[in-house]
Design a protein around this ligand. Sequence first.
Ligand code: SF4
Length: 206
Amino acid sequence: MSNPTDPPDYIPLAMLNALAYCPRRFGYEFIQAEMLLNEHVVEGTLRHQGVDLGGPAWVGEAVQQRRIYVWSEALHIAGFCDLVEERAGVAYPVEYKKGRPGRWKNDHAQLCAQALCLEERTGQSIARGYIFSFATRRREEVVFTPELRAEVAQLAAEAHRLAATSALPPPTDKPGKCRDCSLQPLCLPDELKRLATFGQGWEADI
Ligand code: SF4
């Protein structure tokens, strides 16, 4: 029987998104299971609930199946695809996001992780997938390049490493990310960086 404190066997796909955005965000959401609700988070959750409704359906020449569970035994990651669309015999993932396409590309990593899982499950190669933005009502095509695939493999390995340490990583030093992060009131990155200038490490808040 596994111990509740054992490192997880599988990392949720959404947590790879968090890690791609900021390791500390991954630490809060996955290691500490902390989340802050604001209007953006609630709206995103409600919109996803709408996407998740319904079974397989023909849309034009494509077959759509919603909320499909996928996993990769190679990377030990698992989770849900919002939508798997099949066209001309090729299945590919479509991820729904509330806002406009982000500049940080963490959503691309999550989508590619879904594709790697699907490839393992179906034995088919998947060249591209799509991110649908509710804000623009458009799909953005994401090509699963060798670089993006390698990034996902690295993220999966790093997620398992961080989960095994159970330690909260330091704040990101990428300008602009904290401003867009819903966890800022919990994380207090500016305050921690100021404390660090007085000789107190970021570990002070753990
Ligand atoms: S506020 Fe900044 S450092 Fe903290 S979790 Fe968000 S992005 Fe990371």
